[in-house]
Every structure is written in C-alpha cells, then in structure tokens.
Design a protein around this ligand. Structure first.
Ligand SMILES: C[S@@+](CC[C@H](N)C(=O)[O-])C[C@H]1O[C@@H](n2cnc3c(N)ncnc32)[C@H](O)[C@@H]1O
Length: 340
C-alpha cells in the first residue's frame, strides 16, 4: 500500500519560473558553479542554481537542517549573537513543507550511485522518514544511523535524550558503500582470542568443516592438534576490524576539543568522517546545504573530496570559510539570485 504523510499546505516542489544563478557578492556577473564554493543564502535557491550544471553529479549529500526545536541558537562566547533560528510561524506543517521541497531537489542532484544522509532527532525524524519514503521510494531507505553522544545528562523527568538519528537513502538500488573504509576496531575480548601469531599476524586455530572430522568446525584448537592434523585445521587471521554497525558512539566537540568553533549544533568531524569514508571516494563531489560551521566541508577537503556548501546565516558562512581557509582549502563565496 502506498503510504503518504499529509500536512496542511502540502505542495510538491516546482522549479522556479525564472532561472536562478550564482553571483559574487555585490556583483551582477553570473559565475559558473565550481567545487570549493560556499553559497551564502537559502539552500532551495542554491540547489536550484546548481541543477543546470550539477543534476546527478553528487555522490553524497549530507543535510543537517534545523531540527524543529522551536528555539533560536546562539554563538558561544558572544553577547548572545544569533547563529540561526529554528522557529516556525507555520508550525510543523510549515517545517515539513520546507523539508519536502529541499529533499525533492537534493534527490535530483544525486548521482545514480549517490546517497543522501538526513540528520535529525526525535523532534521530526519520524515525519521525515515518511517524506523521504515518498521522495526517494521506500526501497531506497538504507539505514537509520544512531549517533550516540553523552553530554549534560541532567534530566530526572524522562530518559535523557542522547542520540540523533541520521536517515540514509540511496538514489537507486545501486549505491556506493565502502564498509572497509569504516571498519570498527575489535573489542579487547575478540583481540584476546587471537592467541597465536606468525609472519602474517595474529590468528586463531580452527577446525575445518569436514564431515566426520574429529575437529569439525572446532574453535581455538591447540597447536599440537594442528601439527597432528594439518589437513583438518586452518589459521583464521585477525582482520582489520569488524564490519560497521548502524550506531556510532562519538563525542561532541566539547569544551576540550580543538575543533570546537563555538557554532551551536556543530557536529563532530569524526562523525562526518565515517559518513564520507563510507559513502564517497576521493575525487567525488559531496555537498552540505545546511553547512553551519562547515564540518562536512572541512572533512571533505581533508579526505580529498570535492565539495559545495550552503548556509543561510552570515555567522555560519564566516566561520565555515575561515575554517576552510585555515585547512588550506580554496574557497569562494557566492550568492544565489534569480538571474532572468
Ligand atoms: C544544525 S545546523 C548545522 C550545523 C553543522 N552541521 C555544523 O557542523 O556546524 C543547521 C544549519 O542550517 C542552516 N539553515 C537553516 N535554514 C536554512 C536555509 N533555508 N538555507 C540554508 N541554510 C539554512 C542554519 O543557518 C544552520 O547553520
């Protein structure tokens, strides 16, 4: 059965009647969008401006939009300067419409092998899941990643809310995913099981699954048995780690982190590193159209991905561009306008 989420004022995205272009701030000369661009403005306009040149071009789009928190977010260490607003005069319906339009255009920008990650939390992720099912098709829902973090555990009223949810949707069934780039370290218990070692590294001694063998599928047999029955045993070498699971325990960039920018809701580089390593390769094009302090873009630069970023807020663009320049990235700031 086809399931759809409804809200008042729901409308499908329609391309703007007039073409949108990208311009240098203060100039009326249209610029061809190139990777390494931070777009300062509304992300719907930014994505529309990229459509003529970049439809189907992005391997990865990560979106970390306002979460429908219904509050303003301020920059740390300032006189309460506002970083961005997450209040919605039109309520949840207005928020969902905002999301629906952006997710619809983001899908068009994705390559056939591309993936979208939408980062939200308990406040709107369940609504977003249904919107994404509609926009991408429920068959393309690949993962619900849980990012667990632990800071300021102080509620006695209910379970402390210490995870975010990141929904992963592929553009098609044939999407890029590299588990080997995000293997997770073995636990101490597992490492201890690899008691033996040779020139190829640590290993366990196992019995082959041979019918009627006295060692059939036995684990951790002795070296004496290996010497006695070499044909019935094998050395199981320790790999580089275990395959990744859909929950990640990663600290926020707390007061002690040198990567902390003071931008509220800044996400940890370690989280974005996992996402970029798993779902893109060197040289691929990635985007973050709610880039805030530029976390995704800084990680993309470090991992040699090409990138586009966008944010509505002046503080975000300033912090992100400075962060990218400090990292040695070439970065130009452009603004989207109707160019008809
Ligand atoms: C949760 S924050 C992103 C934080 C970011 N991931 C980081 O690590 O710093 C959401 C961002 O979305 C931006 N935003 C909200 N509405 C926007 C819009 N219409 N167009 C572009 N950016 C928008 C806000 O300015 C804010 O920086």
């Amino acid at each position: 059965m086809d399931v759809r989420l409804e809200w008042s004022g729901k409308q499908q995205w329609q391309a703007s009647a007039a073409p949108i272009g990208l311009f240098r701030p203060g100039s009326n000369v249209k610029v061809n969008p190139q990777p390494g661009t931070l777009i300062s403005g509304d992300n719907l306009l930014a994505m529309e401006a990229l459509l003529p040149s970049h439809t189907g071009a992005f391997t990865l789009i990560y979106l970390d939009p306002p979460f429908f928190t219904n509050k303003d977010w301020h920059l740390a260490g300032t006189d309460n300067s506002k970083a961005y607003t997450d209040t919605w005069d039109t309520g949840l319906a207005g928020y969902l419409q905002w999301l629906y339009q952006r997710l619809s255009v983001a899908r068009l920008l994705l390559a056939p092998t591309g993936t979208l990650y939408l980062h939200l939390n308990w406040q709107a992720v369940h609504h977003a899941r249904l919107i994404l099912d509609e926009v991408f098709g429920s068959d393309n829902f690949q993962n619900e990643l849980i990012w667990c973090h632990r800071e300021a555990i102080n509620s006695r009223k209910r379970w402390n809310r210490k995870h975010d949810t990141i929904l992963m949707y592929s553009r098609t069934g044939d999407f890029y995913f590299n588990p080997d780039a995000v293997l997770q370290p073995y636990s101490e218990t597992t490492i201890k099981k690899f008691r033996h070692s040779d020139e190829k590294g640590p290993y366990r001694l196992m019995g082959r699954g041979i019918t009627d063998s006295p060692l059939r599928s036995k684990r951790d047999i002795s070296p004496e048995m290996e010497a006695k029955f070499p044909g019935l045993t094998y050395r199981h070498y320790m790999g580089k780690g275990t395959l990744p699971v859909d929950w990640l325990v990663i600290d926020i960039e707390n007061q002690a982190s040198v990567l902390r920018t003071g931008y509220p809701t800044q996400k940890p580089e370690a989280l974005l590193e996992k996402i970029l390593l798993a779902s893109s390769k060197e040289g691929d094009l990635v985007a973050d159209f709610c880039c805030g302090s530029g976390t995704t873009l800084a990680v993309a630069h470090r991992l040699r991905r090409k990138w586009f970023g966008c944010d509505f807020g002046e503080a975000a663009i300033n912090i992100a561009s400075q962060r990218l320049l400090n990292a040695g990235a070439d970065c130009q700031v452009l603004v989207p306008f109707i160019s008809g």
